[in-house]
Design a protein around this ligand. Structure first.
Ligand code: A3P
Length: 309
């Protein structure tokens, strides 16, 4: 992808700025999605991937961008320059995203690319186009503990001026618990992929494991992709995908999305990148209430989340 095309992606967003607004949510099979996605859902559902395509699936703010960058580097033998060929949103299109024209939709970007493609989605398991399973595509799922995921989403919803206004913190915690946020319930999302992981050969990763030992998790992804890279290349990939490096990388830090859409003066896309930041936001009472509700929602499926390291 040339610099011109990269500019044109940012320019397309700039051109659409006047039609950018906080889009309302419309349920698709019970999952609240932004209206442009909901209106286009038939085309998204009909998307048929190639068997060589890879899907990176996450609940929003669980470490999607981090994983996309790791995978792109793994597939390009750790070549940092090549992995700056375009913004991450162009290198690894967001399957279901639809915005006002002329911003290219995820499907438009995908249709211009040859497989193998690195495809991002936030769709819950049951809304993933069936072609991914029929064609036995590789799928990486990344999950993040609920409280940090919530805190990250709260800040993102403040700066992403296309998503519903999160409102004050207290009310947001309850909205998240009820799944009244874009892409719906965190609880159902993480459980949906968890129960399918063996049958569908899904690599289920945790953000906390990636923070604890990034090299171990990069190697795990490498093996899943049937790659074998040298120790030096793996070390370089770990370094290039550190929070600090990605925060400075204009092709990964979403500075390519202009301010009328992502206002990073409100909150940076690469905000903190930590485990346990929830302790700075939840009061003891909110935390107890959240934990009580969590136990009920998660009692039938035991997923080994860690809310601190
Ligand atoms: P915080 O808001 O807690 O900082 P997504 O890419 O799914 O939108 O997730 C964004 C979250 O992942 C943000 O979390 C962001 O800072 C964090 N993140 C992005 N790149 C990271 C990296 N290389 N290491 C650790 N965290 C990273």
């Amino acid at each position: 992808m040339s610099e011109d095309q990269e500019l044109s992606y940012s320019d397309a967003i700039k051109k659409a700025s006047s039609s950018i607004t906080r889009f309302p949510l419309i349920p698709v099979k019970g999952i609240p999605l932004m209206n442009h996605i909901a209106y286009n859902f038939d085309a998204i559902w009909d998307f048929c991937p190639d068997s060589s395509d890879l899907l990176i699936a996450t609940y929003p703010k669980a470490g999607t961008t981090w994983t996309q960058e790791i995978v792109d580097l793994l597939l390009h033998n750790g070549d940092a320059e090549l992995c700056k060929r375009a913004p991450i949103a162009v290198r690894s299109p967001f399957l279901e995203i639809c915005s006002p024209p002329p911003i290219p939709s995820g499907l438009e970007l995908l249709n211009k690319m040859d497989p193998p493609r690195i495809i991002k989605t936030h769709l819950p398991f049951q809304l993933v186009p069936i072609g991914f399973w029929d064609n036995k595509c590789k799928v990486i799922y990344v999950a993040r503990n609920a409280k940090d995921n919530l805190v990250s989403y709260f800040h993102f919803d403040q700066m992403n001026l296309t998503q519903p206004d999160p409102g004050p913190w207290e009310g947001y915690v309850h909205k998240f618990m009820r799944g009244e946020v874009p892409w719906g319930s965190w609880y159902d999302h993480v459980k949906g992929y968890w129960v399918e992981q063996e049958q569908r050969n899904i690599l289920y990763l945790f953000y906390e494991d990636m923070k604890e030992n990034p090299r171990r998790e990069v190697e795990r992804i490498m093996r899943y992709l049937d790659l074998s890279l040298s120790d030096d290349v793996i070390s370089r990939i770990v370094e290039l995908t550190s929070f600090e490096k990605m925060k400075e990388n204009p092709m990964a830090n979403y500075s390519f999305v202009p301010k009328p859409v992502f206002d990073q003066s409100i909150s940076a896309f690469m905000r903190k990148g930590e485990v346990g930041d929830w302790k700075n936001f939840f009061t003891p009472q909110q935390s107890a209430e959240f934990d009580e509700d969590y136990k009920k929602k998660m009692k039938h499926v035991r997923i080994p989340f860690r809310a601190q390291l």
